[in-house]
Design a protein. Structure first.
Length: 95
């Protein structure tokens, strides 16, 4: 059951990232659709239109368009990148 172990590891990695993002004031929700990769939906509560999906696979966090965010071992770095992308700039603009 390699797939199940891998899926569990990916969910665990997303849980760690979600906890880090929660500590920074972001909303993060994990979904585990049947037959598909687990995913983390991250939202900036200061501007709910600023939301993105993050995947975990092969030791990396990924954007859904297949760009790497950071290694799974670098949870803080991944959170830095994600919060930078979802940041609201002073004056109400997006980064």
């Amino acid at each position: 059951m390699v797939y199940e172990n891998t899926r569990e590891a990916d969910v665990t990695a997303l849980e760690k990232l979600a906890a880090e993002l929660h500590s920074r004031g972001y909303e993060a929700r994990i979904t585990t659709p049947d037959g598909r990769q687990p995913r983390l939906t991250v939202t900036n509560p200061a501007a709910v239109i600023l939301a993105e999906t993050v995947l975990a696979d092969a030791g990396w966090y990924w954007w859904p368009w297949a760009d790497r965010i950071a290694a799974m071992a670098e949870v803080s770095t991944a959170a830095d990148v994600i919060t930078r992308v979802l940041a609201v700039l002073p004056g109400g603009g997006q980064e």
